[in-house]
Design a protein around this ligand. Structure first.
Ligand code: 26V
Length: 813
């Protein structure tokens, strides 16, 4: 690559000249970004070519991770890091008077995801490539990713995300690999030469064009592929056009291409929109067609070859969004490749595996039968047949138990139940943390677990420690390496070696210094963004994630209001200065979540400028949470708020990122918090609140009355009343919906039930922070025991336990 920074400088300046015909002095920062990225891309391309070649030659099994979302963030920095050339580039650019960080900041985030599920997919891609596993992503090239959030007068405003505005250097359009996807029309079955053939007529077809993004492995020569599909049409209605009705011609073109225009921004709340179903089938069908095409080239194209497809291909579906992979693979194998139903079924089931990411009842996908029938007639025929066969098998085992059979059917009550389709059509079903997997097995999918006892398993989530520690927090990374060597970069469990420094005062001081630098960096961002000065000696307390009732930003906010009340009443109250930092987007149609944002901003307005408070607590809401903003916030956090209603947060991954950066968790026994506690031990985490079992029992048997919590605690009563009694400088009904969610629906998320425990936990935290030696030891232990939450561990568990794939070492030449 670059043997020296001199060589890099030469290559870089030459690239600027050949691309733009410009000298260094004449070029803008955006030009410099394009030149650097293009240069890096050329290096990657060689490895990419060789990886593909060796994958074909070796004929090893490949895995394809199907996901509606890949929340990649920026790629320049992570590509430099994985190639191991960050420093040579940084130094070379510095010689030329250019700051690498400023160049990196030019890149638009690829925000092709809502939150945890999409970011997990991106972390998995990084880990697959870095473990030299032949694993690729399949998704949608949304023209507009996650909306941009602005805060105006305390309210969320949504603006379209135009990430492709300046082009996207990392993608390659592969027009010659385009495939056709068919919608609508009618299907009839016809006997031809002794077998039933499906004939699809009067359909509308969309051209699916792949855009490939290279996925660069760290410290190896592997470059895998993320293939994102874009909807296009070569159909242009020239007859309308020439008749002068060019509007009609353009309309039709746009309606077909609409399929890949936008990412649905409403996580955890499927709305049953036709366009969303269209997106799902679009990328599943395109992805599978292209995989089968490649398989046939490499492994043969006779029906007998295709009947063995599961030996060479694994398809993983990220939640139920790509669950149409089940009937679509059946269709391809039967209708296009001539396999019998039984052959196709065995191959399909053995190929597909499924991860569930939520148990929120409202988030479990189901599609109206009529919609599936109309938009995807052949899919519906296959689903119906699958349903009949499955129900017949159930009848064998549970004859007479109609209630159970109805509850397990793929099609019932006028809907296709996507989780049922995914479970029945796959060989493995996993949850994303121990507690979540157990709830799946014992509650949500208990019937299925009884029927298929070997199918269910757990794979606790992880995050890539390369992006979230090494790259986001370079000072910390440097300090870690100085202490324990650089083995942790390839083997994250080696971070445990830091444990022995937990009580070393000199090391503690250095950890604290690094945190302080990161806090300063964030403080100056806050100053620039909202003009607020925050005290970098205060505790930086972070809750950054989607805004949702179950994540309980309300609990955090009500506690802040309570703290404010107590400070006003008793100015001598002994508390450490604290900066409460929130960030996160609300789904566009989620009224309550939007009011929570306004509530937090209202608290900020009241508290930040109250002279009685004198800056001892401050509240900050940072707009437009994104991967890049997370990389700025997380390294600066002292405290990680993970306070969801137990049982509701399947895993969480922000909890892992914050821990890795030395933040101490205050949290409930939910999702991966439980496993974080098991790793760090009770002394290095602050736990409060109901357990998942208690919560589930309240839902089942009742026994909680919010009025008991409200009347039983004067502090709770006061803050709840303050929502609606004119205490806050907003119209009196502004927070009715929040009040209502607590008091009128019996506090569905147990906010008031857990309030006292949370306040006590916060008091404990405050006390712990006062003893800086003890606090720094906790911070160090959190970093030390975060190795288990690196996605390298997670992905190798998937590779061994589910996908049955092994590494393919890509040679340099
Ligand atoms: C649902 C929908 C419904 C329609 C519109 C778009 C959309 C997008 C996403 C979803 C499913 C959301 C499920 C989800 O994000 N689960 C999260 O997955 C994380 C990774 O496993 C996990 O850490 C979080 O706890 C879990 O909430």
């Amino acid at each position: 690559m670059f043997a020296s920074k001199e060589q890099f400088k030469e290559a870089f300046t030459e690239k600027l000249q050949t691309l733009f015909g410009q000298s260094l002095d004449e070029s803008s920062i955006a030009d410099k970004y394009v030149a650097l990225s293009t240069l890096i891309r050329e290096i990657i391309s060689k490895r990419w070519y060789r990886s593909n070649q060796q994958y074909s030659l070796s004929k090893e099994k490949q895995v394809y991770y199907f996901s509606m979302e890949f929340l990649l963030g920026r790629l320049l920095g992570s590509n430099l890091f994985n190639l191991g050339i960050t420093e040579v580039c940084r130094q070379g650019l510095k010689d030329l008077g250019i700051e690498l960080d400023e160049v990196e900041a030019v890149e638009h985030d690829a925000g092709l995801g809502n939150g945890g599920l999409g970011r997990l997919a991106a972390c998995f891609l990084d880990s697959m490539a870095s473990l030299q596993l032949p694993g690729h992503g399949t998704g949608i090239r949304y023209r507009h990713g996650m909306f941009e959030q602005k805060i105006v007068d305390g309210y969320q405003i949504e603006l379209p995300d135009n990430w492709l505005r300046d082009g996207y250097v990392w993608e390659t359009r592969k027009a010659d690999r385009a495939v056709t996807v068919k919608f609508g029309g009618t299907v009839r079955l016809e006997q031809q030469a002794g077998r039933l053939v499906a004939i699809h007529e009067n359909y509308e077809s969309v051209l699916a064009v792949p855009y490939d993004v290279p996925v660069v492995g760290a410290n190896c020569h592997t470059v895998n592929t993320l293939r994102l599909w874009s909807a296009e049409t070569n159909h242009f209605d020239f007859s309308s056009f020439s008749k002068g009705d060019f509007l009609k011609a353009v309309e039709q073109k746009y309606s077909l291409e609409a399929t890949s225009q936008i990412l649905y921004p409403d996580d955890n709340y499927p709305e049953g929109k036709t366009l969303r179903l269209k997106q799902q089938y679009f990328f599943v069908s395109a992805g599978l067609q292209s995989i089968v095409r490649r398989y046939k080239r490499t492994h043969g194209s006779k029906p007998a070859d295709l009947a063995r497809i599961h030996k060479k291909i694994a398809i993983h579906i990220n939640d139920t969004h790509p669950a149409l992979a089940v009937p679509e693979l059946m269709r391809i194998l039967m209708d296009e490749e001539g396999l019998s139903w039984d052959q196709a079924w065995e191959a399909t089931r053995k190929t597909i595996s499924y991860t569930n990411h939520t148990i929120l009842p409202e988030a479990l996908e189901k599609w109206p039968v009529e919609m599936v029938k109309t938009l995807l007639p052949r899919m519906y025929m296959i689903i119906e047949e699958l349903n009949e066969r499955f129900c017949a098998a159930l009848w064998e085992k549970y004859s007479g138990d109609w209630e159970r059979i109805r509850a397990m059917a793929l099609v019932s009550d006028g809907y296709v139940h996507m989780a049922h389709l995914a479970v029945v059509g796959s060989h493995s079903v996993n949850g994303v943390a121990e507690v979540h997997s157990n709830i799946l097995k014992n509650e949500v999918l208990a019937n299925f677990n009884r029927f298929y006892p070997l199918r269910f398993n757990n794979k606790t989530n992880g995050v890539t420690h390369r992006r979230w520690l090494a790259k986001a927090n370079p000072k910390l990374a440097e300090l870690i390496t100085e202490a324990i060597g650089e083995g942790w970069l390839a083997q994250p469990h080696e971070l445990a070696k830091l444990h022995r420094y937990a009580h070393d005062p000199a090391f503690q001081n250095r950890i604290k210094f690094v945190k302080q630098c990161n806090k300063k960096r964030l403080a100056s961002y806050i100053q620039d963004k909202i003009g607020l000065a925050v005290d970098t000696n205060s505790i930086f307390d972070v809750q950054a994630k989607r805004i949702h009732a179950y994540k309980r930003q309300i609990l955090n906010a009500l506690h802040i209001l309570d703290l404010y009340n107590r400070l006003k009443a008793d100015p001598g109250l002994a508390i450490e200065p604290r900066t409460f930092i929130f960030s996160g987007k609300a789904a566009t149609g989620y009224y309550l979540a939007k009011r929570i944002i306004k509530f937090i901003n209202t608290l900020a307005q009241v508290i930040n400028h109250d002279p009685d408070i004198d800056g001892r607590i401050k509240v900050v809401f940072l707009e437009n949470y994104s991967v890049s903003l997370a990389e700025l916030i997380i390294p600066a956090a002292d405290v990680s708020e993970q306070i969801s209603t137990a049982s509701k947060e399947a895993s969480g991954t922000g909890n892992m990122k914050l821990m890795m950066n030395g933040a101490v968790t205050i949290g409930t026994l939910d999702g991966a918090n439980i496993e974080i506690k098991d790793e760090v031990g009770d002394d290095n985490i602050i736990i409060f609140g109901l357990t998942a079992e208690q919560v589930l029992n309240y839902y089942k048997y009742g026994g909680y009355n919010v009025l008991d919590a409200y009347h039983g605690n004067s502090r709770i009563k006061l803050v709840v009343d303050q929502l609606i009694n004119g205490f806050l400088p907003v119209s009196q009904d502004e927070f009715d919906s929040i009040h209502h969610s607590l008091m009128r629906t019996n506090d569905e998320y147990f906010v008031l039930k857990d309030f006292a425990g949370y306040a006590a936990a916060q008091a404990k935290l405050n006390k712990l922070y006062c003893d800086q030696r003890a606090w720094q030891a906790m911070a160090i232990n959190n970093i030390a025991f975060s190795g288990r939450f690196a996605s390298d561990r997670t992905v190798s568990e998937y590779a061994i336990g589910i996908w049955k794939i092994k590494p393919v070492v890509i040679r340099e030449n």
